[in-house]
Design a protein. Structure first.
Length: 191
């Protein structure tokens, strides 16, 4: 038996919630309270909607699209802030690997914001700083694991760049280029 982690518990919970009454509750909550919800609550509900879209397929996409648009406007209200870490990764991709990068790219089906999109390779890069992990550990949070899984379930190839691996390059340009090249190649060969 596999050990229970924060991420596996979150994945399990999302997989169990396949009840139409929950859909109705979510729909009501968005209609009545979307304007009052904070960004974190909107992101959680948005993750639920992505999961439901994966289960239901295209037949209910219009209903889910409308709900996600309302949530996205709340999530984006505060504006997008990119970290120095993300900027450094993007700069390294452009400078050393000569790749075109789109920062804060919105995946159209899930409406997730992917930190960096490499259009020529069709690979998304998630730059995961300390806030993506349980405090004092290298254990990803459930929301981080869920996003990665949902993007992969939608067919996206995703590279994760954890902050501690990036720090191990010690700011050396050649080490950063080699690191990114290896991560991208690994994802291309084993999506």
């Amino acid at each position: 038996m596999q050990p229970v982690t924060i991420g596996s518990a979150a994945d399990h919970a999302f997989q169990q919630v396949r009840d139409e009454s929950v859909d109705a509750w979510v729909e009501k909550a968005i209609s009545a309270h979307a304007g009052d919800m904070d960004a974190a609550s909107c992101r959680q509900i948005s993750q639920y909607i992505v999961e439901r879209r994966l289960w239901c397929g295209a037949e209910q996409s219009g209903k889910w699209d409308a709900m996600q648009r309302r949530l996205r406007s709340r999530i984006q209200k505060g504006g997008t802030v990119t970290s120095k870490f993300q900027n450094d990764v993007c700069d390294a991709l452009r400078t050393f690997l000569r790749l075109d990068c789109i920062e804060e790219w919105e995946e159209p089906r899930s409406r997730y914001t992917v930190d960096i999109w490499l259009p020529r390779l069709e690979i998304g890069i998630e730059v995961d700083g300390p806030y993506h992990y349980a405090r004092g550990t290298r254990e990803p949070l459930g929301s981080t694991l869920l996003k990665r899984r949902q993007l992969r379930d939608l067919g996206m190839r995703v590279v994760t760049v954890p902050y501690w691996e990036w720090e191990e390059t010690c700011g050396r340009e050649e080490a950063r280029a080699d690191y990114l090249r290896a991560k991208i190649e690994e994802t291309r060969q084993h999506p």
